[in-house]
Design a protein around this ligand. Structure first.
Ligand SMILES: [Zn+2]
Length: 256
């Protein structure tokens, strides 16, 4: 049994075949999923999917790329939704220095506000990081995010930083890139970090694992991520699926 901890089944790419996509996931042994909503359009859709399907949960937050658009009303809305029985985390949130829609100082402010909100409602956070590792780690420290902990989603940084995050009560989630031939860092992390700190994810429809790289990604492919981690660690696929699933259930505080 597998738990895909980061999916965007709420994206337009799944509008036509959501039902079949979830069926294919079940056939591949992926029973649990967390659908991540990150703006006014994707949050209600994440909640709707979580309400419709057993074993599918939702996370709600505001994406750093769109930080300039977030209002106080949006923040209140996220706080309200945190009470929903199928909402299991706040996020994704974080910093993204690849795109320049939102200036860094605005992103940082919106990131800090969401960490404070998560602490107020006592929920873990999901971190999106693109080219901003140092600033993210600094803010997590300053805001004492260790109090709630969280997930470093689709982690692609060095082993040292992963350890620093684990010390702050964070899980390291590996996605499709760990299967890419040239992805040195995610492979090093898969080898070096104890399985008890690892989660797996697809981030679908993005970042499809090898040999589906470049195609639309979907939760069934999280199997490929688990297989790659098993190979790198020299352990069985069953062990990887069992431990990462129980890690995720515990992390999201789900009674299985
Ligand atoms: Zn995402």
């Amino acid at each position: 049994m597998l738990f895909d901890t980061h999916v965007h089944l709420n994206a337009d790419q799944f509008e036509e075949d959501l039902e079949q996509t979830i069926e294919r996931a079940h056939e591949a042994g992926v029973q649990y999923m967390t659908v991540v909503g990150f703006d006014r359009k994707t949050i209600p859709k994440a909640i709707e999917i979580a309400e419709t399907y057993d074993h599918i949960y939702a996370a709600v937050g505001w994406h750093p790329v769109d930080a300039v658009d977030m209002t106080e009303a949006d923040l209140d809305w996220i706080e309200e939704l945190s009470l929903h029985p199928k909402v299991v985390a706040i996020g994704e949130m974080g910093l993204d220095y690849h795109w320049d829609k939102s200036p860094a100082d605005v992103q940082k402010e919106v990131f800090r506000k969401q960490i404070r909100l998560a602490k107020k409602v006592n929920m873990p956070i999901i971190i999106h990081n693109r080219e901003a590792t140092d600033d993210i780690v600094e803010i997590l420290k300053e805001e004492e995010a260790s109090e709630v902990g969280g997930i470093m989603h689709c982690y692609s940084g060095p082993v040292e930083t992963a350890k620093e995050c684990i010390d702050m009560n964070f899980m390291i989630s590996l996605g499709g890139p760990v299967t890419f031939k040239n992805a040195k860092l995610p492979k090093e992390v898969a080898e070096a970090i104890d399985l008890k700190h690892l989660l797996i994810e697809t981030d679908c429809p993005f970042l499809a694992p090898h040999p589906n790289r470049g195609k639309r990604n979907e939760p069934a492919y999280v199997q490929l991520v688990a297989e790659q981690i098993a190979e790198l660690k020299g352990i069985s696929y069953e062990e990887v699926s069992q431990v990462t699933t129980s890690n995720a259930l515990e992390f999201f505080r789900i009674q299985a």
